[in-house]
Ligand binder design. Structure first.
Ligand code: ATP
Ligand code: MG
Length: 305
């Protein structure tokens, strides 16, 4: 299949999961087990398509890097064990590490808490020509901080600013921030990997029972799961308030890892392909420089032989 066809297919494949206007979005309309028309027998074929996609992604990234104008910011949000890490590992497996930056946002440090909440994220934004991946992001400020209000107390907001409207205000600030980034050449794509409660339990059990996965298990993840309903409400509200045309959310069914990866790869290919990337055009002066360098190399070569 030609790259052009692959791009067309990727665009079509990712489209059903994209949310650009949040007002009508309902999380209950999304089935975490959805695999569109694909069945588990299609898994080997899906893996093959993914590996073609990963290769295409690498080619697009090479141009992005050479062109050095746009930056791409990919945001991943999810409940634990939804597959953020594996998705990053697989999709980015072909890209040049030099043009890719991954940043994981954990509980804020004292230094980070001493600033506004976007501060640490701004510092980690991708350079021009790069793909930056945020494994969690400033959106945690409307998720974990909303579910556990005591985290808001740690943020040392001055009296009067911790209002009843704080979440609405945060959404507004985030929308403005993302518009600002877009206007400066940062392409934003956001992914919510939606895993079901049952599949999450299965993955936790696997982490407990498989010695090679023990290191991934954290008792606090199981505790967090008890707040699932609050989290789902927070995720829904986040998407409803921050899905925009320039910075869409993709709500990705995450009970089948092979499917999740396919959707995320397709959406990133779509984003990069929409930039009409090309290698920088070489001007007359550069062409002369290349011809002169070639001449020098050839004459050195002649002298040696
Ligand atoms: P994994 O478990 O796969 O290694 P992870 O992203 O879950 O990856 P952890 O170190 O387990 O990493 O968890 C990071 C924790 O930090 C999450 O529970 C998250 O909710 C929390 N966190 C991230 N940002 C904030 C924030 N701004 N305020 C409070 N907690 C946050
Ligand atoms: Mg974790």
């Amino acid at each position: 299949m030609s790259n052009k066809d692959l791009i067309k297919r990727a665009r079509k494949f990712a489209a059903p999961f994209r949310v650009t206007k949040g007002s009508k979005f309902r999380l209950k309309d999304v089935d975490p087990g959805d695999t569109l028309h694909l069945q588990s027998e299609d898994k080997p074929r899906a893996k093959e398509v993914l590996s073609n996609g990963v290769q295409l992604l690498a080619e697009l990234q090479d141009m992005l890097y050479a062109q050095d104008r746009w930056a791409v910011l990919i945001i991943l949000q999810a409940m634990d064990a939804a597959g953020k890490d594996g998705t990053i590992k697989h999709i980015m497996s072909g890209v040049n590490p030099q043009g890719c930056q991954v940043h994981s946002f954990k509980s804020p440090s004292p230094e980070e808490l001493d600033h506004d909440y976007l501060w640490r994220c701004m510092k980690a934004l991708p350079n021009k020509g790069n793909i930056g991946i945020f494994n969690r992001s400033y959106y945690e400020e409307t998720l974990v901080v909303r579910v556990h209000k005591e985290y808001l107390d740690n943020e040392k907001l001055p009296p009067g600013l911790d209002t009843r409207n704080i979440w609405k205000e945060r959404f507004q600030d985030i929308r403005n921030f993302e518009r600002y980034l877009t206007r400066n050449g940062v392409i934003i794509r956001k992914f919510f990997l939606h895993v079901s409660k049952e599949e999450q339990e299965r993955r936790f059990m696997e982490r407990i029972e498989n010695p090679e996965k023990n290191w991934k298990f954290s008792a606090s993840d199981v505790k967090e799961r008890q707040h699932r309903d609050d989290y789902m409400k927070a995720f829904e509200d986040m998407i409803r308030n921050t899905a925009t045309k320039e910075a869409p959310w993709y709500v990705v069914p995450a009970d089948n890892k092979w499917f999740t990866r396919l959707v995320v790869a397709a959406a990133i290919i779509d984003a990069l392909a929409s930039l009409d990337l090309h290698y920088p055009k070489v001007d007359e002066k550069k062409l002369e420089e290349l011809a002169a360098a070639k001449k020098t190399l050839l004459s050195e070569n002649r002298k040696r032989s």
